[in-house]
Design a protein around this ligand. Sequence first.
Ligand SMILES: *[C@@H]1O[C@H](CO)[C@@H](O)[C@H](O)[C@H]1NC(C)=O
Ligand SMILES: *[C@@H]1O[C@H](CO)[C@@H](O)[C@H](O)[C@H]1NC(C)=O
Ligand SMILES: *[C@@H]1O[C@H](CO)[C@@H](O)[C@H](O)[C@H]1NC(C)=O
Ligand SMILES: *[C@@H]1O[C@H](CO)[C@@H](O)[C@H](O)[C@H]1NC(C)=O
Ligand SMILES: *[C@@H]1O[C@H](CO)[C@@H](O)[C@H](O)[C@H]1NC(C)=O
Length: 685
Amino acid sequence: MANICSLALVVYAVCFSVLIPQATSQPFLFPETQSTIVPDPSTFFAPNLLSSPLPTNSFFQNFVLNNGDQPEYIHPYTMKSSNSSLSLAYPSFSYTSTVISTTPFQPDLTISGSKTITIPDPNNDHHVVSDFDDLSVTLDFPSSNLRFFLIRGSPYLTCFVSQPTPVSISTSHTIVSSSSASGSNTKFIIKLDNGQTWLIYTSSPTDLTASGASSLTFNNFSGNIRVAVMPDAADPKSEAILDQFSSSYPTSGAAVLENSNTLTYKWEKTGGDLLILAHPLHLMLLSNATVLQDFKYKSIDGNLVGIVGDTWVLNSKPIPVTWNSIGGVKIDLFPEIISALRRDVDALSSTELSAASYFYGKLVAKAARLALIAEEVACPDVIPAIRTFLAEKIQPWLDGTFSGNGFLYDKKWGGLVTKQGSTDKGADFGFGLYSDHHYHLGYFVYGISVLAKIDPAWGEKYKPQAYSLLADYLNKDKQSNPNYTRLRCFDLYKLHSWAGGVTEFADGRNQESTSEAVNAYYAAALMGKAYNDPQVEATGSLLTTLEIQAAQMWWHLREGGENQTYEQDFAKENRVVGVLWSTKRDSGLWFAAAEAKEIRLGIQVIPISPITEVLFSDTGFPSELVNWALPALGRTGVTEAWKGFVYALQGLYDKAGALEKIKSLTGFDDGNSLSNLLWWIHSRS
Ligand SMILES: *[C@@H]1O[C@H](CO)[C@@H](O)[C@H](O)[C@H]1NC(C)=O
Ligand SMILES: *[C@@H]1O[C@H](CO)[C@@H](O)[C@H](O)[C@H]1NC(C)=O
Ligand SMILES: *[C@@H]1O[C@H](CO)[C@@H](O)[C@H](O)[C@H]1NC(C)=O
Ligand SMILES: *[C@@H]1O[C@H](CO)[C@@H](O)[C@H](O)[C@H]1NC(C)=O
Ligand SMILES: *[C@@H]1O[C@H](CO)[C@@H](O)[C@H](O)[C@H]1NC(C)=O
C-alpha cells in the first residue's frame, strides 16, 4: 500500500508540474522585503518619481534624507535647502597634514520666496525633488512658486519664479554695496564684506531694493533669476564672461555611455551657448572643447575651468579587460605557482565561510581567481574542484536557500538588500542602507563570471539572477532593467563611485576603496565576456577606466607634486587619500587610523587581479607608495594579510625583493592567497 500511495504522489506531482510549468520553472528573483531600516523617499521625491527606482548614492542624497537640510557639493557651490529657502556658499578649503576640509557651511546667498500658499504645517514646508538626472537636480518650493535648477559645474544657480512673488536674497555676511549694473535693471552687482562679488541676472527688468544690511528684495517678480559669484572679484574679464553666458541656462543634464571609452554630456537648455565648469579629469578627457583657460573657480577637486559648448565628448583611455594577466607568465615559473595552487585548492574544502555578504563575496572571488590562475599556468586538473566549490557556494545566494543571509528586494528605493541588512543598519557594512553595493556585489559578479566561463551551462541556468545582481549597480537605464536605479554607485560628473548609501553625512558622499570599485566594474566587463554581451562588457570597461583614472587623479598622491590637485600641507604627508568625501579628504580610514599606512595602501589595492596592473600603471608611483608605507610595518599588530599588498606593489619595480618577502608570509587576506601573489609577481614584465 505504502508503495502505491507514494507512487500516486509522484505521478500527481509530475502531472502537476507539467500542468503549470511556470510555477516550477519561474526563476527565483529575490523576494520583496519590507525593510525596517530604509528611509521613506516619499518625503522629498515628487509622487511621479516614486514609481521608479530611486538613486541611493547620488550627489544630492542629503537633500532627500531626514530633514533634507544638510549641504551637498554642486560644483562650484555647496548648497543647502532649509527653512523653505535655498542657500549657497562658494567654499574655501583648509589643508593640514591629516585632512582637507571645507569651511563649515555659511550661506553666502540665500534665496527665498514669500509664501503665496497657506500650508497646513509651516515646519514641514520643504523642497520637493521634481526631476533629477546625472548632472542635475531640480528642487521645487511649491508654497513660494520657486523652482531651482541645480546643474553640476554651472557657475550660475538658476531660480525660476512661476508667478509674481516677492523674492528675497539675503546673506549671512553684510552687504557692502548693491547696485544695478549701469543702464540695466536686469543685472545687479552685490559686494559682500567677505570680499565676494555676486552677479544677479533677471530675465526681465525689475527693481532690487534693500531690506536691511544683509537682505535685498525683488518686489513682485516672475521669470528667471540667476546668481553667480565672480571667481575673482578684481578681474573684470570674469564679469564679462559671466555676462556673456548669462542668458543661456540649462534645466537638466545627462551623460550618455556611448561605448567602452566614450562618455558624452548633454544638457537641456534655453538660449545660446552654455558655460559649464570642468574639473581636472574632465580636462584630461575632453576631446574637442572650447576651454576658457583663464576662467577658473577653486574646488576641493582642483581648479574648475570654463568650457563653452552644449555637448561634451569625454574620451577615456581604452584599457585591456582580460581574464588573465596581460603579459602572461613564463613557462619555467609555472611549477612554483602550481604547487601553491594545489595547496590552495585543497584548502578550499575546509574554508569557513562567513554569512556576511562582503566576506562571503571575497572568498568566492578568491576561489574564482584560483580557477583562472590554473588556466594560465596550464593546470586544468584542479579546475573541477574549484567549479564544484564555486557552484556550491554561489547557488544558495541565487536561489534563496542560504540560511544565514541572502538577497532580498527593497521596493521603496528599488534595489537589493541583504537579509541581515534589512533589519540591522550595521549588518553587512550597511548594505541594507545601500552602502558598498558595488564592493560586495562586485565580488559575487566576479565569482559568477568565472564560473559561467568555465561552466557555461551553469551560467545559462543562473543568468537571470546573475544579471539581477549586476543590474543592482550597473543598470544603464530603465529599458535595460526597470527594477534598479541607473548606475547605483557611479557618479557621472565626478567619474568615480560613492559608497555611502542612504545615510546623511555633513561632508556629502564618500568612498574609501577605489580598487574594490574598480574590481566591481572590471567584474562587470568580465560578466559581459562570459555571457557574450558586448553592451555589458562596454559599460563595465568604460566605468573601469574612468574609476581608475579618478583614483589616479584624486586618491593617488605623487611625491613632489608640482601638478598636485591638493596643497602640499596634505600632499607631502599622504601618498593616498583614506576616505574621499564630496567636501573633505581624510587620511584615516573607516576602520583604521592614519598611522596604519599598510592598510591605507592595501585598501586601495585589494583585490589583486589582472586589472591591478592598469590601476597602478602610473610609473614611479608604486615605489613612492611602498616607501611611504614600509616603515609602518614595524608597528606592533601589523598583520600578514596587509603586508601582502605592500609586497605586491613592490613587485611592480622589484620582483626579486618582493618575491622573497611574499614567500616568507605566514598568512593572507581572506580574498588573497599565495597562489595569487605568486601569479602576480611572476606575471610582471
Ligand atoms: C531656520 O530658521 C530659524 C528661525 O528663523 C533659525 O533659528 C534656524 O537656525 C534656521 N535653520 C537653518 C537650518 O538655517
Ligand atoms: C504683481 O504683478 C502682477 C503681474 O505683473 C500684478 O497683477 C500684481 O498686481 C502685482 N502685485 C503686486 C503686489 O504688486
Ligand atoms: C564636440 O563634438 C560633438 C560631437 O561631435 C559636437 O556635438 C560638439 O558640438 C563639439 N563641440 C565643440 C566645442 O566643438
Ligand atoms: C524585475 O523584477 C520582476 C519581479 O521580481 C521580475 O519578474 C523581472 O524579471 C525583473 N526584470 C528584469 C529585467 O530582471
Ligand atoms: C607636470 O605637468 C607638466 C605639464 O603637463 C608635465 O610636463 C610634467 O611632466 C608633470 N610633472 C609630473 C611630476 O607629473
